[in-house]
Design a protein. Structure first.
Length: 619
């Protein structure tokens, strides 16, 4: 999972189509039938019908999840269920008692034929009120009649006690105008329904489905079919426009991972919300074995959305390594209502986040300086958390205070733990191996169907690597000693140093020289702007309106793109501004003359370690 917090200031800059199906009758004794009717929406709810398997007990409990894998929070999806009913083969009601928020106990269960209930969605209440939902949007649900249905299946379908491993036969009735995007295989040929058969409940939860008007692209990367489906309420963003960024990202990730991944299909479900309405508010993504559900605000500019896709989707895709590929018993036999948490969030989220950054420098998507800057940013963020709290203790108790307040550190210190282990392995192997090699060995040793014991992982990692890795894990991960990051940077010749760095031509002394008119969307030069010498030299003045730069028209809608373009200017480059001054159009021309400022960052200072450093970053 990757949660993204987007400030208003940033935002301001910024396979299946099918003819009719009927509801299933009594299923085979070894399967559970499910029908979700998206054609009949009442009070913003849809009906779910569950056809029961053979039941041999007098009473049985049906559960909706309290928590799901990857979210690390108790969300109580049962509170979105209304009018729960159970009937026998004659349609006679059976006695039902609500055992708790997420569970219903059914009497005379041997006679049970069907369960029906209505499902509310979560997106409508994320702004507060209603149920007071705090559910992370990529794990939430949406019911927008005729337009969009986000089916994170744990919000619609539950399980019977001791029957999670039965086959689920799921039929979804939907308008013929909507396309159901998912990595599941549709086994019927109707334009009005889709049928999906999964081997167990966990597999159903693992495969979200998004129904919306068809807006999708497909491409293949080294034998893996990838589907990108986009829901954009106003049509501002399209799958076609965003595919280039996703494909670039996925090709680089597949190359980075090499033989560690054998997925044959992968689906990215991108839901873009209207933040001014009662809509999704929790931005980020949630991982699955063969898909990722992503939620971002529609108001984001295309260039920024493309960058977020690279950062966020890459994080989720790397989850195929861990915990989806390598995980403990707590993950493999996940208890949706009384979960026991694993000690190893440093690996599940931390190493995943580290890979999401490392692959970008490894594959040339960012330079070394940008990578160091990201890692230093994580050091600063981690320093604001409890740096003396045992990471394994925090992970094992992440659902309760005070540990749950430290959860976000899995993306900060967790990634840094991965970095330090990577550096240790590189140093001890003279650059020949790294943490990716370790994860490949763990995948071979365990893999998706063979979980490890939580208490045995450190010993196994030490066995597969070096004693120094085991010492690091004991001291800094299960222990309470803060990590001395400079010691590990030094092993690859990196240290703090000051360098002279060019300042963005539109910035000077860390203050912007431009602002905007939110009504006209014009880009204005501030009346009292402390313009840098370059902008002054070409004749730009306070109160000027910038309408175009180097032949490209700009306004507040694409201001961020202008700033990014200027970041790539070099001394001596020709530049032309179109402006409006006192109501008259003018053209200002000149050559770029950049301003510089000293900044402190991490850079290579010991060239004798360059070989190991290059192996670390370039592989």
């Amino acid at each position: 999972m990757k949660k993204i917090i987007l400030s208003l200031s940033i935002l301001s800059l910024l396979w299946s189509c099918k003819p009719t199906a009927t509801i299933a009758t009594k299923t085979e004794v070894n399967e559970i039938g499910v029908t979700i009717n998206l054609n009949n929406v009442k009070d913003d709810k849809v009906m779910v019908t569950i056809t029961a398997p053979a039941i041999t007990t007098d009473e049985i409990v049906y559960h909706i999840p309290k928590i799901i894998p990857g979210t690390y929070s108790e969300d109580d999806y049962g509170k979105f269920i209304d009018d729960f009913k159970a009937v026998d083969a004659n349609g006679t009601a059976l006695e039902v008692t609500k055992a708790d928020t997420n569970s219903w106990s059914i009497k005379n269960a041997k006679k049970l034929q069907k369960i029906t209930y209505w499902v509310n969605d979560t997106y409508d209440v994320e702004s507060g009120g209603g149920f007071g939902s705090g559910i992370f949007s990529p794990a939430g649900t949406n019911i927008l009649e005729g337009k969009n249905f986000m089916l994170n299946n744990h919000g619609f379908v539950g399980f019977f006690d001791n029957k999670k491993d039965l086959t689920y036969n799921v039929t979804i009735l939907h308008p013929d105008t909507l396309f159901g995007a998912t990595s599941l295989i549709d086994s019927d040929n109707s334009n009005l329904s889709d049928t999906f058969i999964v081997s167990r409940y966990n597999d159903l939860v693992d495969n979200p489905i998004m129904y919306s008007a068809p807006d999708y692209t497909t491409f293949n990367v080294d034998g893996m079919d990838i589907l990108l489906s986009v829901y954009s309420p106003t049509g501002k963003h399209t799958a076609k426009a965003l595919t280039a960024d996703l494909e670039k990202c996925m090709r680089a990730q597949k190359k980075f991972l090499g033989p560690i991944n054998t997925n044959k299909r992968y689906t990215v479900l991108l839901y873009l919300s209207d933040i001014k309405a009662k809509d999704a508010k929790g931005f980020g993504a949630l991982e699955h074995n063969s898909s990722t559900s992503v939620v971002f605000p529609e108001m984001m500019q295309s260039s920024m959305l493309g960058k977020q896709i690279i950062d966020v989707v890459s994080h989720e895709f790397f989850h195929i390594v861990t915990p989806l590929g390598v995980h403990s018993n707590e993950i493999h036999y996940f208890d949706f209502n009384s979960p026991k948490m694993s000690k190893h969030l440093w690996m599940y989220e931390g190493v995943t986040e580290y890979f999401a950054n490392l692959f970008q420098v490894n594959q040339g998507l960012i330079d070394e300086e940008a990578f160091y800057k990201r890692m230093v940013g994580k050091i600063k963020n981690a320093s604001r958390m409890n740096d003396k709290m045992s990471f394994t203790t925090m992970s094992e108790n992440v659902l309760v205070a005070p540990y749950k307040d430290q959860y976000l550190n899995v993306y900060e210190k967790g990634a840094l733990i991965g970095m330090c282990i990577d550096i240790i392995i590189r140093e001890k192997s003279n650059g020949q191996k790294g943490i990716l090699d370790l994860m490949q060995k763990l995948t071979t040793e365990f893999g998706p169907k063979k979980p490890f014991n939580d208490n045995e992982l450190f010993d196994k990692i030490t066995q597969l690597t070096y004693p120094e890795v085991g010492d690091f894990l004991t001291t800094y991960v299960s222990g309470t000693t803060p990590i001395p990051y400079d010691v590990y940077f030094a092993k690859v010749g990196i240290a703090k140093s000051k360098i002279s760095k060019a300042v963005n031509p539109f910035l000077f002394k860390k203050s912007a020289g431009i602002s905007g008119n939110p009504t006209t969307k014009e880009i204005l030069v501030k009346n009292n702007a402390d313009l840098n010498p370059f902008l002054t030299s070409i004749g730009l003045k306070g109160d000027d309106v910038i309408t175009a730069v180097n032949g490209t028209d700009y306004n507040l809608d694409n201001l961020s793109e202008m700033m990014v373009a200027a970041q790539n200017w070099r001394n001596g480059d020709a530049v032309t501004f179109k402006i409006r001054r006192e109501g008259k159009e003018q053209v200002l021309s000149g050559k770029v003359s950049l301003s510089y400022e000293e900044s402190e960052g991490y850079h290579i200072v010991d060239t004798t370690k360059a070989t190991i450093k290059d192996a670390w970053l370039k592989g």
